[in-house]
Design a protein around this ligand. Structure first.
Ligand code: BGC
Length: 802
């Protein structure tokens, strides 16, 4: 095991789905799961390909109701490369015997390698070595090189290279009752002298996608001039070659694939683009070299080197998993994403779970990206800006002012949350009220402000950011109601991040009152909107107020609410997750732990038993504790003081203890938050939660969810934990502040970050932190360490004792 490779040395049918998700290759424009190139979709394998933002809507009738869903569409499978001895059995994990197997994701170079020895029913053995890339520098290109060695047979080998447009969306079992035919075939072509060509279209969104594949067979270093059998069968388009092979001989097959869509820029038409470009596409070795170079540059910037004090073999694992999660983050949103109109999907472009939708998970994802590639965050924030009108319409329709962004967003920015969901345990379809999570609006405003704080990008703020911030502030001001008796503002009938609670016990209608996280975040948004009015250039503020019709009295209302929002406490300074939370029953955790092997999804368990999570103090994920995750203790103290509530530092450990004990970890995000909030209070426990967060996808600890798509929020949140919590690098105001505290098991941690054009290298041990300014546009860099300011010249290093 090295800390750069994710390697599986045996073939395990029951784990292939998970491995395919974890071995996905992508470049921020499209992604393809790490399935074998010899398989088709079924219960074991699922070779999905997804375009960033490639959505389509379909309607299905469920329980007499019409349900419309917008899905991330499974695009044609370009991987197909099958082989067999003439008239024999195909050498595929589905049909042949596997004599040896190795699947290796080489993260350093971004290459997926399969080395398999297959045996057919006549005991003829072929050793296959496949190298696969999805090019990180050229977003439209993917390539496969396969070396086939006949181990014990001389004969003629058939090699079939194809693109399969007959695919459907079948990656998530729970969705299988839903309509899944998203694609129609527009054109398909297989001719002797031209590369194979396929053009499809999504049936509703009319997104056209063209693919072309050029396949060469090389023997003894020379491409063979072979006549192929041409295949063109209702969207499955390919060529079958026959080539002689002697025992011990190796032939090489190279497949270069191009993908363009009707949304691409700088082309005339996507079909024409692939047909023209495929003719000049480089060969595999050249593509591999340029692809590796991009990864080398990515890692030079973004690699986090962790040295474990125990120096044992297994101590390489956290470092390896951190790389794996960085790898998937950079494959989901990369420089290739920059001029695309896409947001950050909660499950990556790695599978069909949550339909590729965009939630509040960006909150966990941007901090790391912004300190590495701020230009990517900027582009992703514009995804929200472009949907501001839709959010305005949603607010108006619901009777509010400003802009109300949806809980789940995809193509147009309308609310895409499902209205019913299936509890696979009970088999019942239930109302889905998750769109009551209005707190997503606070997350969007928070992300905009943090980007601005980190980069100082005043143009972005003036042209885009402030408008979204003001409209969201307006929404909060209009959803808040004034309680005369208390002289406080309240937010009623919403849901917090804890999705197990969507209503009061036995209530007829959904919604909870005064969710503390929502109320405090709304206060924060209103405060930042007031700040923005003060700090942005006067003329632009005037323009915006004029255009949006923001009046003095409205600004006064923002001010009033930001001083009088209601937060409810119970027991001794426990922040109530929502009003009357204290009256819910305690869950008998021991009873459920004894009864069920896994109690993470307590909502499903209780519903199956005819009960409801709404009746108990059982939390899916961090809700109140999000406040300690997003804000430092002094920041919270200031906010609570502004609201005229007491806030003692003891409030923090007390609340952490209270809510950690009542969490069932039904969302992988909670491991991240719990690790974070304990980073300073209890380093051992924080590390334990951090390892859990790391485990969540690689070991699929939610039992079967990762194969449907990675959990990008938890992945990015884990990486950011190292950057912001353990290395202690945060932006505050105009400066970068550093305050490291390593978990006890780490001997050393090293990384780089960028701040306002300067690049800094950090190296921290248990008692020393070294900071080097690698380059800077101003030749010097000012930063804070603990509570003091320092200045470094380019090339200089400063050491701090911890
Ligand atoms: C979590 C949400 C999250 C969503 C997408 C859900 O299970 O409860 O907080 O946004 O997954 O990751």
């Amino acid at each position: 095991m090295t800390a750069w490779n994710l390697t599986y040395e045996t073939y395990k049918p029951q784990d292939q789905g998970l491995r395919e998700a974890l071995c996905t290759l992508g470049n921020g424009y499209f992604a393809t799961r790490g399935a074998s190139a010899q398989v088709s979709a079924g219960d074991i394998h699922y070779p999905g390909t997804y375009l960033a933002g490639g959505y389509n809507r379909l309607t299905t009738v469920i329980a007499g109701k019409e349900i419309e869903n917008e899905d991330l569409v499974n695009m044609p499978n370009w991987l197909y490369l099958k082989f067999r001895f003439t008239d024999g059995q195909w050498f595929s994990p589905e049909t042949a015997t596997i004599r040896s197997y190795c699947q290796d994701l080489d993260m350093k170079n971004g290459v997926l390698i399969h080395i398999v020895v297959f045996e057919d029913e006549q005991e003829r053995r072929i050793r296959m070595e496949e190298h696969r890339i999805v090019h990180m520098g050229d977003r439209h290109t993917a390539a496969i090189r396969v070396l086939l060695t006949s181990e014990n047979q001389t004969g003629s080998l058939e090699v079939e290279s194809a693109i399969d447009g007959t695919v459907r969306n079948q990656g998530v079992k729970r969705y299988r009752d839903l309509n899944s035919q998203h694609l129609e075939i527009l054109e398909s072509e297989s001719t002797q002298n031209e590369p194979v060509f396929l053009k499809v279209q999504t049936v509703q969104s009319e997104l056209r996608v063209a693919m072309a594949a050029r396949t060469r067979i090389i023997k003894k270093g020379r491409p063979l001039d072979l006549q192929a059998e041409l295949i063109n069968d209702n969207g499955y388009v390919g060529k079958r070659y026959t080539v002689d092979i002697s025992q011990g001989e190796t032939i090489q097959v190279e497949k270069i694939v191009l993908v363009y869509t009707s949304r691409d820029i700088a082309i005339s038409e996507c079909g024409l683009a692939v047909r023209t470009r495929i003719l000049h596409a480089p060969e595999f070795d050249d593509l591999l070299a340029s692809h590796k170079l991009v990864w080398k540059q990515f890692w030079r910037r973004s690699d986090m080197k962790m040295t474990d004090r125990r120096k044992k073999r297994q101590s390489l694992r956290p470092e390896m998993v951190v790389r794996l999660y960085t790898f998937h983050l950079l494959q989901t949103v990369s420089k290739q994403t920059i001029d695309l109109d896409v947001g950050v999907p909660a499950r990556g472009w790695h599978g069909e779970a949550y339909r590729g939708h965009i939630f509040w998970d960006e909150l966990y994802i941007y901090p790391f990206i912004t300190l590495q590639y701020p230009e990517i965050t900027r582009s992703l924030l514009l995804y929200r800006y472009r949907r501001l009108d839709m959010a305005r319409a949603a607010a108006r329709e619901a009777g509010y002012k400003g802009a109300m962004f949806p809980w789940q967003s995809s193509s147009s920015g309308r609310e895409e949350s499902q209205t019913m969901h299936l509890n696979p345990e009970s088999g019942r379809w239930l109302p889905d009220n998750s769109h009551f999570q209005k707190h997503v609006n606070a997350a969007i405003a928070f992300n905009i402000w943090k980007y601005f704080e980190s980069t100082g990008d005043i143009q972005f703020m003036c042209e885009y950011g402030a408008e979204v911030l003001f409209e969201i502030a307006r929404f909060w001001a209009s959803i808040a109601t004034y309680n005369k008796d208390l002289d406080r503002y309240e937010i009623l009938k919403v849901m917090g991040p804890d999705e197990y609670h969507d209503a009061y016990p036995d209530a007829e209608a959904p919604g909870l009152d005064n969710n503390a996280y929502t109320n405090v975040m709304a206060t924060w948004v209103l405060t930042r909107a007031l700040n923005a009015l003060d700090i942005l250039p006067r003329d632009r503020v005037e323009e915006l107020c004029e255009t949006l019709g923001i009046t003095e009295s409205e600004i006064e209302l923002w001010w009033d609410i930001s001083r009088k929002m209601r937060v409810i406490f119970h027991d001794d300074n426990i922040i109530s997750q929502f009003e009357h939370y204290d009256q819910l029953k305690e869950l008998d955790w021991d009873k459920y732990r004894k009864k069920y092997p896994n109690i993470q999804r307590m909502d499903r368990i209780l519903e199956t038993e005819g009960d409801s999570a709404n009746n108990y103090k059982v939390t899916k994920q961090a809700d109140v504790l999000m406040l300690f995750y997003l804000f430092s203790a002094p920041e919270l103290k200031t906010l609570f003081k502004q609201l005229n509530y007491p806030f003692e530092y003891e409030t923090i450990p007390k609340n952490i203890d209270y809510y950690v004990r009542r969490t069932s970890y039904g969302s992988s995000l909670s491991w991240v938050v719990h690790s974070w909030v304990l980073a300073r209070l209890d380093r051992k426990r924080s590390w334990k939660f951090f390892l859990k967060a790391l485990q969540s996808d690689i070991d699929d600890i939610q039992g079967g969810t990762t194969q449907e798509g990675i959990h990008l929020g938890a992945m990015a949140g884990s990486i950011n934990l190292i950057q912001e919590a353990y290395m202690g690098i945060k932006t505050r105001g105009d400066f970068l502040w550093v305050n490291p505290e390593l978990p006890e098991v780490l001997e050393k941690l090293r990384m780089q970050v960028r701040h306002r054009g300067s690049t800094l290298a950090f190296e921290t041990t248990q008692d020393m932190c070294k900071i080097t300014l690698l380059c800077s546009p101003k030749n010097t860099f000012k930063f804070g360490f603990n509570d003091n300011m320092y200045e470094l010249a380019v090339g200089a290093t400063r050491k701090f004792h911890i």
